[in-house]
Design a protein around this ligand. Structure first.
Ligand SMILES: *Cc1c(COP(=O)(O)O)cnc(C)c1O
Length: 400
């Protein structure tokens, strides 16, 4: 039985794709297959395997670096979710680098969203600059106006929606249309919504990128990323993936597959909890604005509603009186909410930030410091109680 029929709903397929029914010993989940060397019975068998692997691109046991059954199970399950072929990278940043290095060559020009995840900017200022790839940062709210920034050498547009820290929603269909009219590729960091919340490839994006570390893992215990694409773009990704020697361990792939099985139900609960917390935060005097497109008052709400099917648990909040000392007083005293960078696990975490420091063309639009909050699967009443005590400390630290 392979229950990966397209007639099933996505939530059903998420449970039944990727090796289900094929595991040995009759167990439900695929085994962890560890191995570097693969043994061949004869030279004839080796030759036949190599013809299939390098000729037709078949996935057969050949050499550990190319993965075994465990990684392939995860790839299959993710491919079903993404609607494209998938490659795994050791981290989300690894997946971003893989996407950029697969399509950019010396002399190319890249349009990078100004609200990009910090390390995406570092890649532009570091390795890409050394490779003689020029980057122009563009306003996250640019929409169809992106057409004016496309130059003859522009090879790719990098999107991330909603943006890191400030959660601007992009008009992805408008950007895709402008890009494709000029033969430019669109890649998108889709970590916030996952493909279950935003169908990146279905909206015309050429390369969908996820940090699986976040929601697909869901348990703050494994790091990984993936890229998804189709056709020639996928072949370019695959060649670069092979040349860079990217590999993820079967144990990590197994954990990731375990996380993936409960993604749907977790995302629904994160959204429900986040809505309760976002509405509460929006009503507080200490908070100037909650940055979460799931709120009808959010400037990105209409675009989000048009293109997305869910809002996740990650949001930002700008303070009425921004202050680093008061922010520290609030965050340092949290009992439940952790202070940490990664998010998408079952637990609530918070991280204050100065978003403007990471911006080139859209700095000064937000009050710094703000804080980013990931609402976990705790009872939201407990998260709110922790936040409430924190806001009392915040006000006290401001001196009344
Ligand atoms: C965390 C994150 C990444 C990087 O993922 P890692 O697995 O930590 O390397 C990329 N993009 C976004 C939006 C993220 O939040």
């Amino acid at each position: 039985m392979t229950a990966d029929k397209k007639s099933h709903k996505p939530a059903t397929r998420a449970l039944h794709t990727g090796g289900q029914g094929r595991a040995p010993f009759g167990v439900v989940n695929p085994p962890v297959v560890r191995g570097s060397s693969v043994l061949f019975a004869s030279m004839a068998e080796r030759d036949a395997v190599e013809r299939k692997v390098f000729g037709a691109g078949d996935r057969l046991p050949h050499y550990g670096r190319n993965g075994h059954a465990t990684q392939w199970s995860l790839e299959d399950a993710l491919a079903d979710m993404e609607g494209g072929q998938v490659l795994l990278a050791p981290s989300g940043v690894g997946a971003i680098s893989l996407a950029l290095l697969s399509v950019l060559s010396p002399g190319d020009h890249l349009l990078m969203i100004d609200s990009a995840y910090g390390p995406s900017r570092k890649m532009c200022e570091g390795m890409l600059k050394r490779m003689n790839v020029r980057t122009t940062y563009y306003d996250p709210l640019i929409g169809a106006g992106i057409a004016d920034l496309i130059e003859p050498d522009t090879r790719a547009i990098f999107c991330e929606s909603p943006g890191s820290l400030t959660f601007e929603v992009q008009d992805i269909p408008a950007i895709v249309q402008a890009a494709h009219a000029r033969g430019v590729l669109v890649m998108m960091d889709n970590t916030w919504a996952t493909p279950r919340g935003f169908d990146a490839l279905g909206h015309g994006v050429d390369i969908s990128i996820q940090s699986l570390t976040k929601y697909v893992s869901g348990h703050a215990d494994v790091m990984m990323g993936c890229v998804a694409a189709n056709g020639e773009v996928f072949e370019a990704l695959k060649a670069t993936h092979r040349q860079l020697g990217l590999h993820v361990s079967p144990d990590d792939a197994w954990l990731m597959l375990r996380g993936l099985r409960t993604l749907d139900i977790r995302l629904k609960q994160h959204e429900a909890n986040a809505r309760v917390v976002a509405e509460w935060l929006a009503g507080r005097d200490e908070v100037a604005r909650v940055l979460w497109p799931g709120l009808p008052s959010d400037p990105g709400h209409d675009l989000w509603k048009r293109d997305f099917t869910l809002a996740c648990g990650l949001m930002g909040a700008e303070m009425a009186t921004p202050d680093d000392t008061a922010m520290a007083a609030m965050v340092d005293g949290f009992e439940l909410i952790g202070l940490g960078y990664s998010w998408g696990g079952y637990e609530s975490v918070c991280m204050p930030a100065h978003a403007g420091k990471l911006r080139s063309v859209s700095a000064g639009r937000f009050r710094d410091p703000l804080f980013r909050l990931h609402v976990g699967l705790e009872d939201p009443a407990d998260v709110i109680a922790d936040l409430e005590a924190g806001l009392v400390r915040y006000r006290a630290a401001l001196g009344g």
